[in-house]
Design a protein around this ligand. Structure first.
Ligand code: ZN
Ligand code: ZN
Length: 112
């Protein structure tokens, strides 16, 4: 299986959450409104339940959506632990969890 081909979308200059606010060039949403729209969609279509969302797309405890994201190449797996996430999240995670500087800082800061 491969990733669903997604249609090419073009920002229209007004917020896609439906609030009719003007957006900056190249933006689909006014700041933060992507999260509003995401939550509204989840509420309308899945009773605000992420479990329902996963089930609706054929995912669940026996079919890991995060493993699929990695196998499709949309997400990456941390080289040092089991953390998975988008490339930006991996970079952030690596900096926080595996950087020697952060570890040293944590050790020093934790002294009581
Ligand atoms: Zn909006
Ligand atoms: Zn890691």
């Amino acid at each position: 299986m491969t990733t669903n081909p997604l249609p090419h979308l073009t920002p229209t200059g007004t917020c896609w959450c439906g609030c009719a606010k003007k957006t900056g060039p190249g933006s689909f949403f006014a700041p933060g409104h992507d999260k509003v729209a995401e939550a509204a969609l989840l509420a309308v279509e899945y009773g605000s339940s992420v479990a329902q969302l996963l089930h609706g797309h054929g995912y669940g405890p026996g079919h890991s959506v995060s493993a699929r994201a990695v196998s499709e190449g949309a997400w990456r797996k941390c080289g040092s632990c089991d953390y998975v996430g988008a490339p930006a999240s991996i970079a952030n995670h690596t900096k926080k969890a595996h950087s020697t500087a952060a570890t040293a800082e944590q050790a020093g800061g934790a002294t009581r």
